[in-house]
Ligand binder design. Structure first.
Ligand SMILES: C[S@@+](CC[C@H](N)C(=O)[O-])C[C@H]1O[C@@H](n2cnc3c(N)ncnc32)[C@H](O)[C@@H]1O
Length: 319
């Protein structure tokens, strides 16, 4: 779906001509994420950002900062790629008339969403992961996976995603970078909204990746001792963080939303990633999470707060 598509409930109010354009924009939309991937690889958002707050710069000014063999051709291609991003509210665009009645050129600046495509809150590594050839290739197997009840990843690569990650160090780095950047964004918010780590002595992060989540929690609660539990090939590459002395335990999981919103799209997009990449993995509704908690013998379950689209839930052994 186009990033700036109207919510589905507005569709029945659209005229047929508008619906036709909407349908064709969806049919041709796969280029958007591949353009965004190339723009991130070329560090174009960084180049515009470094031009200063509110800066709008031309494709030629951007091309001048790239190791290009043909600056004019590069500027012309960039202009067309950046226009795609501007039409999807990822960049802003303004017009400037060149001197002596010259043609009008487009200048590009950062739209508000770019605060999440620049460090330290950067979903760029998630774009690189989701469009990586190892991930992208699995979607061609989704139809057969649906009919066989198998995971598309296994059909494409002959093993589960976590087995595969142990065999391909390049892709493993792409995966771990995406996960730790995602965790940095969500944990920063979670630590503002949630105080349930207070008073814990031990925290085990199950599937904790390279340890970014645990490190952020322990930086705020230094008396907790953290245990990062993950697969050997992940722990091998995890940076060594200071051991702050004690131990922590916590649990938070993605929930499904039901209204028409970006949150709903995020939840269903992530759920479909689970379906395609992990086979058995899925996101759950609040009721399903509660049933999971109770089925596993926890006496009480509650959704405590949110960190962006992530819900913080507590499964308690006693009421
Ligand atoms: C979606 S990633 C989460 C990454 C991490 N929470 C972070 O914020 O960076 C899932 C993690 O589960 C780990 N994992 C998968 N199967 C596992 C298993 N059987 N035992 C331990 N960890 C596992 C993977 O290696 C991966 O790091």
């Amino acid at each position: 779906m186009a990033l700036n598509a109207p919510p589905p409930h507005l569709n029945n109010m659209m005229e047929k001509e508008e619906l036709c354009s909407f349908a064709l924009s969806i049919a041709t939309n796969s280029s958007l994420l591949m353009v965004l991937k190339a723009i991130i690889e070329l560090d174009i958002i960084g180049i515009i950002n470094r031009a200063g707050p509110e800066a709008h710069i031309s494709p030629a000014q951007i091309a001048a900062q790239l190791p290009t063999k043909d600056p004019d051709a590069t500027a012309s291609m960039l202009d067309r790629m950046l226009r795609v991003l501007a039409n999807n509210s990822i960049l802003s665009c303004s017009l400037r008339a060149l001197p002596n009645d010259g043609p009008i050129e487009r200048l590009y600046g950062l739209a508000p969403i770019c605060q999440f495509f620049t460090k330290p809150e950067d979903f760029g590594p998630m774009v690189l992961l989701c469009q990586d050839k190892i991930y992208a290739s699995i979607w061609h197997h989704l139809k057969d996976a649906v009919l066989d009840g198998d995971s598309a990843f296994k059909k494409a690569h002959g093993m589960t995603v976590f087995e595969y990650l142990g065999t391909d160090m390049r892709f493993s780095k792409v995966f771990n970078d995406a996960m730790s950047n995602y965790s940095t964004i969500t944990m920063k918010k979670m630590l503002q909204n949630y105080n349930g780590f207070d008073g814990l002595s031990t925290l085990v992060d199950v599937g904790g990746g390279t340890g970014q989540t645990l490190n952020m929690i322990i930086a705020k609660y230094p008396t907790i001792r953290g245990v990062n539990f993950d697969l050997p090939h992940v722990i091998k590459d995890a940076p060594k963080y200071d051991d702050h002395g004690k131990v922590i335990v916590c649990d938070y999981i993605l929930a499904m939303e039901s209204e028409n919103s970006y949150s709903t799209r995020v939840a269903s997009n992530l759920d479909i990633c689970m379906l395609a990449y992990c086979g058995g993995g899925k996101d759950r509704t609040e009721q399903e999470f509660e049933a999971l908690a109770k089925g596993a013998g926890f006496q009480s379950f509650r959704v405590v707060c949110s960190a962006y689209d992530l819900k913080v839930m507590e499964f308690l052994k006693k009421n």
